[in-house]
Design a protein around this ligand. Sequence first.
Ligand SMILES: O=C(O)[C@@H](CO)OP(=O)(O)O
Length: 345
Amino acid sequence: MAAEVYYQAIGTLQSHSYLNNLNHHQKHQNNLVTLVSRDFISSNGLSTRRSNCTGQRNCSVIRSLASQTSVVDPVLSPSRSNAGDTYKKSNEAALILIRHGESLWNEKNLFTGCVDVPLSKKGIDEAIEAGKRISSIPVDVIFTSALIRAQMTAMLAMTQHRRGKVPIMMHNESEQARSWSQVFSEDTKEQSIPVIASWQLNERMYGELQGLNKQETADRYGKEQVHEWRRSYDIPPPNGESLEMCAERAVAYFRDQIEPQLLSGKNVMISAHGNSLRSIIMYLDKLTSQEVISLELSTGIPMLYIFKEGRFIRRGSPIGPSEAGVYAYTRRLALYKQKLDNMFQ
Ligand SMILES: O=C(O)[C@@H](CO)OP(=O)(O)O
């Protein structure tokens, strides 16, 4: 279990005894951030704060905002508060990364890779729980892999979002698909969040290990060999992708398609996989190939970054008892949350 470490923003944590257990072995990282053991996570259940984004009243509040919406969420629109100045000057955007909830093959301990397996019941619960954790963080566009477990996670998470926008899958695969999925109301578009699916965010292709049981494979080929296939940086499993190969396409996609959205001030959520997200985190946090091999991501735990002045700043993961206590909110995010609180109190 020692190799399984998770990001946690300690700067915002209330005083908890577990701070004593933190491992400080990622010295080059922002000093707000450290790594905590999985044991800690399992002993700190996620909260079940109810989403407020249901019901007639909320819908009408949201409708009344629709006419003021442009690219920027009206909750943060400069015309609606002094926060606007801050927003304009800081020009920051939120980036949420989430590994899909447990899949039916995670549950069975099978190598999955690019096999398109849905979430388990536990994975569905994790995705909903993750949604509660990010329900007060703005989301303007969602990127997922082409695989159903990441798409289910994104959709289930968004059912909990307090802003109440509707995530809509974009279909750009052909002219006809584009044309047949058009929306003809500007108001409705403004109350929607585009969801863009792409294979480049898929799990790494596990080659001839796909469908094999992880324990049985270790028994057959040896623990060390299987660990090398699973966690080395540049050694691929038989006829599959190494992490390095996966990083090449996932990071290229992130830089070409996702960074421009952040640069334009859009708040982005990415729902993807253990290895495509490890690749992206390696890029965001400037991890070395040595450091990334000990990075493990838990299913269904969203991580928050702020993109500001060309830099990515990690702001934590929701592991504590309430989302405000574990994310290091920026002033802009705090204002967004405050406005949602005011709207729905
Ligand atoms: O089976 C897989 O596709 C992945 C993620 O579940 O496994 P690993 O932990 O080996 O990266």
